[in-house]
Design a protein around this ligand. Structure first.
Ligand code: GUN
Length: 295
């Protein structure tokens, strides 16, 4: 058996078309143009490429976007002042500070400074709390994208054994929480594994769905999964460069071997990545509608 490939690229394209129509209607009927600002500190190549892709996508959808890049030695005070400026800017509905931040900056202080109504990353404790309670809020983009992929690929999650590998605040913790809730792509029995898990393969072998978000290339191997498993691979690991200098990417899952056993699997690249950016756009449109009293 060779797995069905769950294409994030195709699903993201479909959602972007829906959003493009929604953005055009918002402008035409209500005079509302959703606005996003991305704030990048420093020049980490991966972060630069993510932020550039976010702004390009926003532009393509008719979303007003501003890309702010600050030197790595910016002070925390200066960064907080910048956030405050955008908190007050009525053209801007969504504020995204690209992570990670340089060591001298307190990440929590920066994230907490963002107005929760403009927190399109869903990282502010107000939104994290609401998410945990199952209340309406901005969902963090990568978990949000995973839910949408599962729904649109028709994966049955109700009663399924889901194993999440990785306990980050951005992916592992929120996706584990969301998938046990009573919601689309929810109602699962969730196990959250991490670096201190004693026997990872014991858990993964019994999983109906595996969500790998660890950042270790090809860590999940074919002998660790059962026949018919559904794999969502969140890993984006740079494992080398082509002769022309382009990054060679690998997921957290040994795609070639595991796809022979899986029922469905997301590729890297072209899986979760394009969905993350798309859900950021969806959150920005949601923020604009909320600000205009349309939700
Ligand atoms: N760095 C890696 N993923 C993300 C993300 O989803 N949002 C932000 N702001 N930074 C990130």
């Amino acid at each position: 058996m060779s797995a069905k490939i769950i294409s994030g690229t195709e699903t993201a394209k479909q959602i972007r078309e829906e959003l493009k129509t929604e953005v055009a209607e918002l402008k035409e009927k209500h005079g509302v143009v959703p606005g996003l600002v991305t704030i990048l500190v420093g020049e980490d190549p991966a972060s630069v490429s993510y932020v550039t892709a976010k702004n390009k996508t926003a532009h393509n959808l008719g979303i007003h976007s501003e890309q702010v890049t600050k030197p790595a030695d910016i002070s925390e005070e200066e960064l907080l002042a910048l956030i405050d400026q955008y908190n007050k800017d009525p053209k801007i509905h969504g504020i995204l500070v690209q992570l990670p931040l340089p060591k001298h900056i307190n990440e929590a202080r920066v994230l907490y400074a963002i107005d929760p109504d403009k927190d399109v990353d869903g990282f502010h404790p107000v939104n994290v709390g609401k998410m945990m309670l199952g209340e309406p809020c901005f969902l963090p983009c990568t978990p949000h994208g995973i839910l949408e992929l599962l729904v649109r690929a028709g994966v049955e999650t109700s009663g399924a054994e889901v194993v999440v590998i990785g306990r980050s605040n951005i992916v592992g913790k929120p996706i584990a929480n969301l998938m046990l809730q009573k919601r689309p792509a929810g109602n699962a029995t969730v196990t959250l594994c991490h670096t201190r898990t004693k026997d990872l393969a014991f858990h993964t072998k019994r999983a109906d769905i595996i969500i790998a978000a660890v950042g270790v290339p090809k860590m999940v191997t074919a002998d660790m999964v059962k026949e018919g498993v559904v794999i969502i691979d969140v890993g984006v690991n740079r494992i080398g460069k082509t002769e022309s200098g382009k990054a060679i990417l690998a997921g957290d899952v040994d795609f070639e071997a595991v796809k022979e056993k899986a029922a469905a699997i997301t590729p890297v690249p072209g899986g979760v990545g394009p969905m993350t950016i798309t859900m950021l756009m969806k959150n920005t449109v949601q923020a604009a509608k909320q600000a205009a009293g349309l939700l």
